[in-house]
Every structure is written in C-alpha cells, then in structure tokens.
Design a binder for this molecule. Sequence first.
Ligand code: BES
Ligand code: MN
Length: 447
Amino acid sequence: MTSDLEQLFGFLRFPSISTDSRHSADVRACARWLVRTAEDFGFEASLHDTPGHPVVLARNVHREGRLNVLIYGHYDVQPVDPLDLWESAPFEPEIRDGRIWARGCADNKGQMLAHLIGAGKTLRESGDLPVNLTFLFEGEEEIGSPNLAPFLRDHREELACDVIAVSDTGMVAPGVPTMDYGLRGIACCEVILRGPERDLHSGLFGGAVANPATAVGRLIASLHDADGRIQVEGFYDDVRELEAWEREMWAKVPGVSDGDFLKVTGSPSLFGEKGFSPAEQTWARPTAEVNGVGGGYQGEGSKTVIPAEAMVKLSFRLVPDQDPKDIMAKVKGHLEAHCPAGVTVEVVPGHDGKPYLTDPNSRFGKAAQEALRNAFSAEPVMIRGGGSIPIVQDFREILGADTLLLGLALSDAQIHSPNENFPVENFEAGIRLNRALLEALSKTRDV
Ligand code: BES
Ligand code: MN
C-alpha cells in the first residue's frame, strides 16, 4: 500500500492550474485521480462536469440519525511563475528540512488530502465513520469558484448538511492550532485608460497630449490618503467595527507581532491604517490593492514613446457587512470621477466573494476547538482569516450551514508564491485532526 506521503506526492504532480486553459486536461486528470483515490478508501465517488473544471463528490454510506458533515477543499492551484525563483520544480515535490516543497502542497492539496486520508483510514479500520460525511472538492477556487454556487443550488438535497469543515487557511505559528471564524470578502476589477489612438513619439507629441501611464499613476494614487485610508466615497459605510473581546483575544495570539510581520514579509517597514495592529489590519479591515499595473515599453533600454493605453488590476478585500457588488459600484464611480483629463477610463469588474463571520463558540465551533486541541496537544487560538474563500458565505446562504475553518498552513508557506511549502508534521496533524473532528462533531448530537 502506498504511504500517505507518496499519495500526496502523486496528487501534487498534477499541474492543476485552473486559470490556464492549457492545463485543462491536467485539472481533469487530477479530478479523476481524486475519484479513484476516494474509491480506494471505500467511499462512493463521482465526477461532475460543470461549464468549467469538474467537481468531485465522495461519501460514506449515510445512515439515519447521524450528523451530516460536509468537508470542502480545492484541488486547483495557482500558476507557478516566476519559475526561475523555485528551488525545486513546482510539480516535482520533494522534502527538505522537514517540509514538502511543491505548488499546492499547502494551498490546498496537502490540507484537503489530509482529510480524505484521515477519514479514509477510519473507514478502512472501523468499517464506518461516526457521521454521514460528504467530500466536495472543486477545481476552480483560485479563479473565484464561478461554477460552484450553481452546482450547490442544483445539488442542494444531496449536499444538505448540518455543518461544513474546511482546511484551507493558516496557522499563526508552528504548533499553534488555529481556527478562523471569519474570512475577508473580495471584489476584483481591471481598469483600462486610453489616450491617443496609437503609441506616439514622445518628442513629437509629448506635452500636447495626456499620457495614459501617467494617468494610471494618478488614478491609483487617488485610492488612498497618505495614511493608507481608502478614499472611495462610502467605502467604509458598512464596515462592522471590531469587537472589544476580539481585540483583547488577538492581542495574545502568537506569531502576529510587528516583528513577525516584518520577518515573514521581508518588507523594510510596516505601513497601514492607523490605530490597528497588523493582525487587525489584515483580519478585520478592508483594503484596496494594486495586483498588477502596466503600460508602455517594458523591454531593455529606453524607448521614447507615449503609450496608447495603460492598465491596472485592482482588488478590494472586504469585511462584514460590505457587499462586493455595492463596493464595485462605488469603486467604478470613484474611478470615473477621478479619471485624469485627456484619457478615457473603462472599468471591467472581475470575480468577487462575500465576507464571512461566525460564532467561534457555537456548539460546532466548540467541537472544532476540542478536535484541534486533541490533534495538536495545544490550546487553539481563534482568529479571522485575511484571505478569501468565496464559497463559504454561499454555503451559508444556499445550504444553510456554517463552516469551521481549521487551518494547517504556516505563515511562511509561500502560497501563491515560488517555493510553496508545507511541513510533513502539519500533514500528519491534519490526518489526526480529521479523526478528532468527526469524533467531536458526532458528539454534538447528544447535547
Ligand atoms: N486558501 C486561500 C485563502 C486563505 C488563505 C484564506 C489563508 C485565509 C487564510 C485560497 O485558496 C485563496 O487564495 N483564495 C483567493 C480567492 C480569490 C481567488 C477569489 C484569495 O484569497 O485571493
Ligand atoms: Mn489560494
């Protein structure tokens, strides 16, 4: 029989990059591998086509009177570029310094496979699980899950559940079990500024027409004031203030001091909204970020040209109770109102997702804390995640169930970056966590 790690390595070898259509067949092959793997463990598994990448479902035999638990994960990964910064090939996993190195090992293949292996082993050893379990694995999380909400609506009965568990978040520090009881939402767009009808000689025309690349700089600058506060009118209208108990609790969380943030980011200094710690800034405050900017000559040496157009890709991280559609409308209004003279602006909205917030001390939340305590032999901390998993709020709205976010990645996991990594011990802890979680959740039935 293959070992757990060998199984993970097999999973990691699929370049299941969801955003790149050249990898569609790899994404599909990866989904088929999941079906086979789940079946080998004794689950009933199926592959479901969508207009995009497939969804994989797997379940044990469901019995009357037991808790219905759904475990979600994503088998797609982010692109690997810049490739030359990887110390080992992204789809040829290897172990160095006790860590697995490969694209997707932390986000999300290692975390999700730990659950499949954990439950699979329990099923093999005991012939049954203490709950009715359904696995839902998608291949489009990294592109905003465009087809998953419709899939949930179409399979509402089949996916009906009491609670959902997801391991696709982080741990604040090694050995410190971490539960997220919130996630930020997101709204993305691409902005195109157009000037002259073609690139112009900057000597012949410079000074007489506006330069779109200059204009894009001014437009970006209009988003924040000098202290980093967002200037889009009405942007903060629906922002829910942090609760006093959260600030107090977070002040004691390890791994998120100013020094920790400086170390993990390698930035020369911290910068952000005044009056909030880095943990508060990233877990409970909204942002406006430039994810990409371009225009004009990018090649070697200089080229004296006024580019015909320039662009910027923006994303906004949102917190309760901001609504992504409302924010995008406000952003569009701001960009149009602040478009510098002499150019035109086009705002193309991209994908979005709502923020999420739940009670960490609900009866399921308490069971999850107990499971984390057992799996790691340490006291769990409760935080909110700065990242986004848009489907989590859809789960609540469509399936009527809340999600337990039990993170296993470290803050230096380098997810979405070169040299993504995941400690072997976290993978093993994830396998233990699944067992402890199903056990603890099954007991919530008796109370
Ligand atoms: N696993 C992350 C989200 C995450 C990481 C949440 C750490 C909390 C803590 C997820 O795969 C991700 O990267 N999501 C994207 C969503 C987007 C593409 C819609 C994100 O947050 O950028
Ligand atoms: Mn991700």
